[in-house]
Design a protein around this ligand. Sequence first.
Ligand code: NAD
Ligand code: MG
Length: 398
Amino acid sequence: MKRLAILGATGSIGEQTLSVVEAFPDRFRVTALAAGRRVEKLADQVRRFRPELVAVADAGAAGALGDLLGAEAPKIEWGEAGLEAVAVHEADQVVSALVGAVGLRPSLAAIRAGRDVALANKEVMVMAGALVLRELRAHGGRLLPVDSEHSAIFQALAGQRREDLQRIVLTASGGPFRTWPAERIAAASIERALAHPNWSMGPKITIDSATLMNKGLEVIEARWLFDVPAEQIDVVVHPQSVIHSLIEMNDGSWLAQLGVPDMRGPIALALAWPERLPLLAAGGSLADLPRLDLAAVARFDFEEPDAARFPCLPLAYAALAADEAAPAVLNAANEEAVSAFLAGRIPFPAIAATNAAVLEAHIARVAPAAVADLEDVLAADEWARAQARERLAAGRSA
Ligand code: NAD
Ligand code: MG
């Protein structure tokens, strides 16, 4: 019986994780759950999974959850301390599925407690990849990728000698604006940006998929997860989202992992690795999981990503080339810009323009900055947010 603590339980990844857990009740037990403010959904999860501890965003949400659950309430904590309590609560594995920088501290706490971590919250690796690797080595836990591309690479690399790896190729769906001309993208509405062609996900990553910032964040994530330099990581657009990513070996041979675009596959793999859960035979909460039908997919298409219409992707490479703090700067600027776009305060192209301007200002401001500890990462994050907010408020992105 594997005991699980889940950070971000009410989100898209959190809910899908619980649907996998529900289908294998003799394999997993949920000991702790953390979420933000969706207390009704969390209360329902508490009744179904009976964790010993839950955490929510703030005192108000904690009170509301306690009222909803009454005598059924487990221990309820809140705020940053609550997230960390869930991260280090008694468990064998922590599912890191918060969105954005808020997940960094609790994910590091889980790693420092020696837990295995199933990582969906890619911003953790983008902000602090080198630090995360150091802490993993010091504390002996494993990092299991949940992001579908990284899960694919992880599976393709299994059994291969690392020195034989030539190159990682991440696939990208291209997002909702793949075929749109630049002028049309410039006027894109929030609704159109949120309408992803292949994947149903939380709002932040869906906007990141529309700008291709998501693929840029994934390049940075892959750089650290697989300890491969940026020069050996490429991106190809593959609109069907069936090939989840590929590796090229030094003999010219390629290995890929394929599947339907459904996150329950990579989530289940991260929960059970090196075993595989028999999802196809599961029924119940997984009865609707489609099987891959190649004849129905009919064809695989590939194209180069267009850096002119999607300038966020090259920004990720620029950040990796700059210094260790630059990816955290880019990530923070992007979080601020995406939330401004989702609030209707800026047009779509201002996301990329803000990210570019803040990254440029960072590169111009300092001699290359090393990241020694969490404080350095948080300082870069805070500086970049202030820069981004100032530009966003002034309606000036450059
Ligand atoms: P989501 O917005 O659906 O869920 C985020 C979760 O975090 C929710 O439970 C929310 O309540 C919680 N949360 C947010 N802020 C909080 C705070 N301050 N305190 C406590 N809880 C807070 O996001 P998602 O789509 O599930 O994505 C989660 C992570 O997984 C992201 O980093 C994303 O990039 C990554 N990811 C998601 C998918 C996907 O299919 N959804 C695929 C690959 C990677
Ligand atoms: Mg992905």
